[in-house]
Design a protein around this ligand. Structure first.
Ligand SMILES: [Zn+2]
Length: 102
């Protein structure tokens, strides 16, 4: 069985399309270059980003990862404060689901 070392990936919800994204960066908030442009042009999406950053006072990347964790594994959010551990677990689950649906 081949074993490939995979780089650490963070799963997040895209601010522009609300779909899931995965990135090696903790501060990713859009799933693609297309969504990055869309975020800059869409006033509603930009408003949400500014609200999270300025009103709630949470780094947008942190918020995006938390939203993915909440959507994919709500039971993990109950007692766990370590978002990194949660997103790792979520990625694991997402990979398993992707393999199972192939
Ligand atoms: Zn997107």
């Amino acid at each position: 069985m081949p074993v490939t070392a995979m780089p650490k990936r963070y799963v997040f919800l895209c601010f522009a399309c609300n779909g899931f994204g995965a990135s090696s960066r903790k501060d990713s908030i859009t799933c693609s270059p297309r969504c990055r442009v869309r975020l800059h042009r869409d006033p509603e999406a930009r408003e949400q980003l500014e609200f999270v950053r300025d009103e709630i006072g949470v780094p947008p990347g942190y918020y995006a990862r938390s939203m993915a964790a909440r959507a994919l594994a709500p039971e993990l959010m109950e007692n766990c404060r370590d978002v990194d551990a949660i997103t790792d677990k979520v990625f694991e689950i997402a990979c398993r689901m992707a393999k199972e649906t192939q």
